[in-house]
Design a protein around this ligand. Structure first.
Ligand SMILES: *Cc1c(COP(=O)(O)O)cnc(C)c1O
Length: 379
């Protein structure tokens, strides 16, 4: 099941792992080697940078350089992943047609439902694997919203085909690329208009910040996103950007190790008597494995698996793990796990589905923890 292929020939000619280490740094003599924290709301007039919300700050820009280069576009940093996502929806004229995957992040589903209820747009949902359905929707939609791999079912869309499909003039194709990271998938290279990252997850990588980044190659879209940030005020925090850049420096290493462990754990879980079903894009049994093989550079660090015995047993597994923390979120150095259907509004999901975000701990320690918890939960 090995899969480690670089999807990104970086625009600088550097491998992504090198780009992550060097990007955003100054090379001026006497400048600090690391990006400094610049806690400033305003600047002396004369340079074109006057007020942070309008003009950005050097610390925000360091994060934008790092992520923009990795996604191969120009980035705008926001207060959170949802703030970046809301800025994309903010562009839509009243009465727009939005297409959304059948499985996606609950925050996005909530935002879209709230907007639809207020009459801002109409919504159509398409199954992630239904490539023909997506291509068809591209002809009439104003915003084609994709999330791949999806949360939490880890469905993989054929972004290569969908992003290249003819679309309504002016339509935007946006991809929530949080689960893949720009190291495993580059939506802009496939032809998407915008790629979104919740930098809270893999980019930050240490569960200590909230931030989001939207990246595009389209100058007009970039200016519109900047204007949204300026007018709606969803600006990133200075410390958060500093920490996100610091986290990004090691992202390639963290991802490489965690996804190697995830692939191993997925195979062992699939063979485990207490587990009914394992969803992991790298498993041949995964419904969109063939697509994943084509579009993803790596299988990722998330595994969704259904425990035998229902929600109560799944809850007990969450209580019994020790090294793996019973917590939400993903993409951090520490492994976390939760029962997704326990989240309000997520009752449509399989009741015993556990979403495991594999961290960088030693894989044998993770397995002992998981295997032990599965055994104790059934007693
Ligand atoms: C966490 C997450 C978001 C939201 O990001 P925040 O930083 O929490 O606002 C959006 N999409 C996906 C896929 C996520 O996992």
């Amino acid at each position: 099941m090995t899969k480690e292929k670089n999807v990104n020939p970086s625009p600088t000619g550097l491998a992504p792992a090198s780009w992550l280490v060097t990007a955003g740094r100054s090379s001026a003599p006497g400048a600090p080697l690391n990006v400094p924290l610049v806690p400033a709301s305003n600047f002396i007039i004369g340079s074109g940078r006057e007020y942070a919300r309008d003009d950005g700050t050097p610390t925000w820009e360091a994060l934008e350089d790092v992520v923009g280069g990795l996604e191969c576009g120009r980035a705008v940093a926001f207060a959170s992943g949802m703030a970046a996502i809301a800025a994309v929806f903010d562009q839509l004229p009243a009465g727009s047609a939005v297409v959304l995957p059948d499985d996606c992040y609950q925050g996005v589903a909530g935002l879209v439902a709230a907007g639809a209820q207020r009459g801002r747009w109409t919504v159509q949902r398409v199954a992630l694997h239904d490539t023909a359905g997506w291509i068809d929707a591209c002809r009439t939609a104003d915003l084609v919203w994709l999330e791949s791999p999806s949360n939490p079912l880890l469905g993989v869309a054929d972004l290569e085909a969908i992003c290249a499909a003819p679309r309504k003039p002016g339509a935007v194709v946006a991809v929530d690329n949080t689960f893949a990271t720009p190291l495993n998938q580059r939506p802009l290279a496939f032809g998407a208009t915008v790629s979104l990252q919740s930098a809270t997850k893999f980019i930050g990588g240490h569960s200590d910040l909230l931030a989001g980044v939207a990246t595009t190659k389209d100058e007009a879209v970039w200016h519109a996103l900047r204007q949204s940030r300026e007018l709606a005020g969803a600006t990133p925090g200075t410390l958060e950007c500093f920490l996100a850049v610091r986290g990004a420096r090691t992202m390639a290493l963290r991802l490489q190790r965690a996804q190697a462990s995830a692939a191993e754990l997925a195979q062992r879980l699939q063979a485990h008597a207490a587990v009914e079903l394992v969803r992991y894009p790298g498993l041949a049994s995964h419904p969109t494995h063939a697509t994943a093989r084509r579009v993803l550079g790596g299988w990722g660090t998330l595994i969704s698996f259904d425990v035998r015995g229902g929600a109560d047993v799944a809850d007990a597994v969450c209580r019994e793990v020790g090294l793996i923390r019973h917590a939400t979120s993903l993409g951090a150095v520490e492994s976390t796990m939760e029962r997704r259907a326990a989240i309000p509004g997520q009752q449509h999901l399989p009741a015993a589905l556990l979403r495991l975000s594999v961290g960088i701990e030693e894989v044998e320690d993770l397995w002992r923890d998981l295997d032990g918890a599965l055994a104790r939960a059934r007693r």
